[in-house]
Design a protein around this ligand. Structure first.
Ligand SMILES: Cc1cc2nc3c(=O)[nH]c(=O)nc-3n(C[C@H](O)[C@H](O)[C@H](O)COP(=O)(O)OP(=O)(O)OC[C@H]3O[C@@H](n4cnc5c(N)ncnc54)[C@H](O)[C@@H]3O)c2cc1C
Length: 347
């Protein structure tokens, strides 16, 4: 995807490869860049050296103005139509925007979820006490899982390792564990009832707050209080604010009671999941008083391996959370490859 980002004055491109693919010269003003990753991508395209001194103003710019529009107006219409049909169509369909004339509205979204359900490298889910004991019959792979190699999983190959290494290992392990013809284990009435009760409760919710309203409040809190650059103050506010949105669950309303293609209900079930994720995310970030990877605390700009070279574990009971930590793997399974300890990010 290629964006020419419309800032106050000069436009610039982001996203690696796209510019090269289109044979377009990249023009940019580093001080108006979106984030470090985009700067890195742009520089890679241009083969320039990165200058750290630009970053403070990049950050200020990002926080002050954010990114909300992208335009493609300095490319020929034919180039846009032939090489970017996907984005052209999406913009027309979802935003009613002609990309050759108008800016495309842009909001931040998720590229890759780091962390997840703790598993061993075979995809078997581990118990939460860090003992590496597996939960029989439960597996997780891909973005849902955390195999404890996330440093090795950034950025050009988010899911490559999930796919070619852990996907394969999980499939092999599943084939070992599952004997053909084995019936499903009986699920207790009690467990089934819990699922049906949750479903019925949300489907019959007669409150006065629409799901979309609560979802928007959740998005706004997460984007403004728990974005990439974080401080004690913003996170503390986030911890409180997200709980107010959580309380909205008590007055949620689902208008459509039908059982066929009920997007109102599906969105409500999704919100019920997401708000819990949001609560543990902001609480985990608040408790991690260091900077590491995508978690950039301006008040704790350094990585603190002594205290935080560990995965956060979060328990969630409604809006109550318990935060704990789990050891990070510091060894490999072979002598042929050594463990790579994290190093300071330098440019
Ligand atoms: C814009 C974008 C660009 C990316 N670019 C790259 C890249 O260049 N390289 C790279 O390696 N990675 C990239 N990624 C990341 C990569 O695409 C994802 O990490 C990967 O696809 C995740 O795979 P997954 O199987 O774990 O999850 P998903 O692909 O998300 O699959 C989960 C599936 O579960 C289904 N599902 C959800 N809820 C339910 C339910 N209740 N019941 C049944 N089914 C359900 C969903 O519909 C979905 O099909 C990119 C991601 C994005 C968003």
């Amino acid at each position: 995807m290629l964006f020419t980002v419309s800032t106050k004055d000069s436009p610039f491109f982001t996203e690696d490869c796209a510019a090269e693919k289109l044979g377009v010269k990249v023009e940019h003003d580093l001080r108006k860049a979106l984030n470090w990753c985009d700067v890195a991508n742009m520089l890679r395209v241009q083969n320039e050296r990165m200058d750290i001194s630009y970053f403070p103003s990049t950050r200020e710019y990002t926080q002050q103005f954010g990114l909300n529009k992208a335009i493609l107006d300095n490319l020929d219409k034919e180039i846009i139509e032939s090489r970017l049909p996907g984005i052209t169509d999406a913009a027309r369909l979802f935003a009613n925007v002609d990309v050759t004339k108008e800016p495309i509205p842009v909001v931040p979204t998720v590229h890759y979820n780091m962390g997840g359900i703790p598993t061993n490298y075979k995809g078997e889910v581990l118990t939460v006490n860090g003992s590496e004991k597996t939960v029989p019959g439960l597996m997780a792979i891909g973005e849902a899982a955390c195999v404890s190699v996330h440093g090795a999983n950034r950025l050009g190959s988010n899911s490559l390792i999930d796919l070619v290494v852990f996907g394969r290992a999980a499939a092999k392990r599943a084939a070992e564990l599952i004997k053909p013809g084995t019936p499903h284990e009986e699920i207790s009435e009690n467990e089934t009832q819990k699922c049906i009760d949750r479903f019925d409760k949300l489907r019959n919710a007669e409150g006065d707050t629409g799901t979309a309203e609560l979802r928007l409040a959740m998005q706004k809190t997460m984007q403004s209080k728990c974005a990439v650059f974080r401080t004690e103050k913003t996170l503390q506010e986030g911890v409180e604010e997200i709980r107010k949105t959580y309380d909205g669950l008590d007055s949620i309303s689902v208008k459509d009671k039908s059982l066929i293609f009920n997007t109102d209900l599906v969105e409500t079930l999704e919100f019920d999941n997401l708000i819990r994720q949001a609560v543990v995310t902001v609480d985990s970030a608040y408790n991690r008083k260091e900077s590491r990877g995508a978690h950039a605390r301006e008040d704790f700009p350094k990585r603190d391996d002594e205290k935080f070279m560990q995965h956060t574990l979060a328990w969630c009971d409604g809006k109550k959370t318990k935060i704990s930590y789990r050891e990070v793997h510091k060894s490999t399974l072979t002598n042929e490859v050594q463990y790579f300890p994290p190093q300071e990010r330098v440019y």
